[in-house]
Design a protein around this ligand. Structure first.
Ligand SMILES: [Zn+2]
Length: 196
């Protein structure tokens, strides 16, 4: 006979209540974030709103990665070829909210191009709903690579071929404040608070 054990917090042992379709559990007792596919404790942060608009508030989860790339050769029309260029940056990948692909890319670019600064951390969602995490860490890695390629496509010239290596290493989960009014925009002063 198979006995089903309730899922327990790896830190304090409390029973975890599963949220529908959220790949991350939050322990109601100790606040630990647990990644459901592996039951590992996640390093997670919540950044507080610093704007006050009348639109509906949400916390949007982001997987944060350290990206490293090496472009062996990149050929573009109307631009100089690139050889042996190495680089590194931090990618912010929206991990939930059932966003359409173009919205995921727009928000990923918005936050990755100007990472959050002067943020205030809060230990709690403070009654504001958080969007569920709907992608795995591996899916986020692939989205980081797609983001990298879209940045290369955005550069001057018309990209014709690129030979590269790419790695994305997961760092942490960050919940960023967002408003919704037909589309999502960040609730942080540095993004203007009025969408893009
Ligand atoms: Zn716990």
């Amino acid at each position: 006979m198979i006995k089903l054990e309730p899922l327990k917090c790896p830190k304090c042992g409390s029973v975890l209540k599963s949220q529908q379709k959220d790949l991350v559990y939050r322990c109601e007792n100790c606040g630990t974030f647990v990644y459901a596919p592996t039951m590992e404790v996640l390093n997670a942060k919540i950044y507080r709103f610093d704007t006050n608009r009348h639109d509906k508030k949400y916390y949007m989860p982001f997987f944060v990665y350290r990206v490293e790339y090496f472009i062996r050769r990149e050929v573009s029309k109307h631009a100089r070829d690139i050889y042996n260029q190495r680089g590194s940056w931090i990618a912010y990948i929206p991990a939930g909210g059932s966003l359409p692909a173009h919205e995921t890319l727009r928000i990923a670019k918005l936050i990755t191009s100007r990472p959050p600064q002067n943020v205030v951390e809060t230990v709690d969602f403070e009654g504001i709903p958080n969007l569920p995490v709907e992608i795995t860490v591996e899916e986020g890695e692939r989205m980081s690579e797609f983001l990298f390629l879209s940045y290369e496509v955005d550069k001057p010239g018309i990209l014709q071929s690129i030979a590269y290596t790419f790695t994305a290493k997961f760092i942490e989960l960050i919940y960023l404040p967002f408003y919704y009014r037909g589309y999502y925009y960040p609730g942080l002063v540095q993004y203007g608070g009025e969408g893009v």
